[in-house]
Every structure is written in structure tokens, then in C-alpha cells.
Design a protein around this ligand. Sequence first.
Ligand SMILES: [Zn+2]
Length: 177
Amino acid sequence: MDGHVKKQWDLLVELADGRATKETRDHLVSCERCRVAYDQILIMKEASSYPFEQPPQSLVESAIAIAQPNRSRLKLVSPRLSALGARTERVPAQVLFGQGDLQVRAMYSPTTTGWDVFLSLNGRQGTIFHAGERFETDDRGRVLVPISDIAVSELVLETNGAEFLIPSPIEVEVDGV
Ligand SMILES: [Zn+2]
């Protein structure tokens, strides 16, 4: 902050609080440096008015991830099914993952806004958690999860009381990602 703005700071804060003199208001009209500082004061003022019960969503998600460490990563059961001829234009990659008697077939399809991940749990029931939403399997153990933000691509499968991480489109290196 330059010396001029520093001298004006208290007056600018008063202006933000609605206690300004005409002199301060007139000065703001003619002084670019103080206008920049005044905008910053308004931003800080707004930020400080947020109640603590509303922390940023990303912070909440990180905290949930830290609080739930008991997630296993599904092992790759077979290499890309694309190599076995299952690849189509609409589904550029299919992969089989599993652990114990759990087997998950995942199909990754690009959409205009992101990815659709279609999961089939071999008839088992489960719930997928993604970006704060939950997706239940149908009665044949299938579920479609749309991923609109590739940066928020974590997929967690809960089945039989255990949690598993489903590889995201980024992790399976689907062509075109
Ligand atoms: Zn000024």
C-alpha cells in the first residue's frame, strides 16, 4: 500500500461503513489509487460478513476425505477391455476392477460437458458418492454417474459397508482426456 492510500485508509473504511464525508466521496471520484483500495475494502468487508457455518465447499470436501481414511482402491482385474474389442466411439474405454468377490465394470464416455461413468457391480447393490451427490444402483446393480467437472472426479463406491475408490476418467487415461 502506498503512503497516500495508507493516509486515506481510515476514511475509506468509514466510507465503506456508510460514514463518509462529502470530501472523501469527492476524493474517490478523482483518485484511481484510492478507488482500487476502496474496492479491496469492500471485498474484505463482504468476506468478513460470511458466517462460520458456511465454510467453502472445497474445504468441506477435503475435511470429509480426511475424516474417512478407510477407502480401498479397487484393483485392476483385466486390462482395458478396449483391447478386447469392447471399445466403441461412444465408450472409448471399459475397465474391470475388483477386490475379493466384488467386481466392477466401468465404462467411460465423453459428453459435451464432461464424462459419463457407467458402473455395473455384477448384480450387487451399491451407492456412488461424487461431488457431494449420491447415486444408487438399480435392481441389476447398474448406475450412471455424470462427471461435469473433471477436477472433481473422485468416485467413491459404498457397498456392503465398505468403501472403494473408483478410478476416474483421468486415471484410466481415456483417449482424448
Ligand atoms: Zn486517493
